[in-house]
Design a protein around this ligand. Sequence first.
Ligand code: ADP
Length: 489
Amino acid sequence: MGQDLQTRPPHAASIADAILASVLDPTITIDDHGVVQSASHSVLEVFGWTPDELVGENISVLMPREPHGELHDDYLARYRATGETHILGRTRRFEVLHREGHTLACDLSVARVEIPGSDAPLFTGSFRDVTARERALAALRESEQRFHAAFDQEHQFVGLLTVDGDVLEVNRTALQAIGATRAELNGLPFWETAWWSHSRESRHEVRRAIERAAAGELVRFQVEVRCHDDRVRLVDFSLKPVVDDAGEVVYLLPEGRDVTQVRRAHEAENAMLRSLAAIGESAAVLAHEIKSPITAINIALRAVADQLGQDQRVVLEELAGRLQRLDGMMQRTLSFAKPLEFERAVCPVSELLDRVLRDSRTLGQPLTVKNQAPQAAFLGSLPLMEEVLSNFVRNASEAVGNGGRIVLSAWSTQAELCLSVEDDGPGVSPHVLESLFKPFVTTKRQGTGLGLAISQKIVVAHGGRTEVGESVLGGARFSVYLPQPEAVQ
Ligand code: ADP
């Protein structure tokens, strides 16, 4: 096979042949012009060439044109002239061109072989195919990058600890909070990191949490953490044990959510609710204080009116009427401001509709009732829901005027009981549509704009919702959806 082997004693040549036949890594010998002198059998499996095909070829057939292919002859020429080389005696990574045209990643180590009686040396190169290893490493790097991308996107603080509580990973959000780098924290006991440096108590708590989580428990508590800008944040912290297939705890997963804003919002909401409750109470007292003199004035006015002539009586009755409206408005304002407290009971829908129908008799227009859910019931207060529907019916009657149509319907779905009042009036004026359920929104000269606001408050307190839209009758349609009693319990 190789010319060099032919110059040796027969037993040396057969030893060399045996080696070339058995080495797993392709091994190729070239002369100082790059011409292949011998090649191990493994070149066939790895590079796709038979050893005989390679012998006599220039080694550059195994090199992609870029970056070494065309330059290899120059390298050898320089070596011959100056003895200068970068490759002898160490392992370098090379791309090798397979016979079928694709490239392989190989580690190459080259040794110079002196041939007795010859001036020109030979060079033996041993190639190790590392393509699979490199692919695996690249896949690992990619999955690590993907993991970090997801990990770092979290708004939460997330990390990974050993079962003993040493830091393995920390995401960017958590690092930014204390102004540290991953490298500074890796391997540190978690309780000794800067998140807990301001409080001995927190350090103890975290340490205890690690022991409990290592024993398989999910530990969760709220804790104050000092950030690098010295601001103290309230963090909802949890430590989760991560178990393997055998149920052994292998890692601990610390997670923290900054709940400082949420707590502030809760505190503000509580303060507002307390003030609203206080206003409600004062409104009740105020209404009581005002109601008595109004009633007294009303009675007095009527008594005086009785003793006066017809003309003066009309003026006084008009005054009494205004006072009565004032009283009504105050009652409504009061019931809007007052927190809604009511006993819940199972109320039959048919009874609710009967009551609303009875209330409607004082209005100018007849009310048509369509009850498609005669067996249905809702959980809540009958008088309050009566107030809601009667309110809708009163508004409809004011909208339609004489001869108008008003229809009250009830039907039910599996999840909800639906009640609606529709009319053939002009519909809701577009400029109040957006704010219809807000207090004091009215288009009427003597309206309070409280009816729909109160109605909505009652419906929401029943766990339901209101909707406004257009009716097939041509006017407005006000609907209420209440949860079915089974869904509430
Ligand atoms: P008020 O009746 O005192 O105005 P509401 O809160 O009950 O207060 O109603 C607010 C507004 O909603 C009314 O002024 C009216 O413009 C509109 N509205 C309510 N019901 C109807 C209806 N059936 N058709 C047209 N507009 C309506």
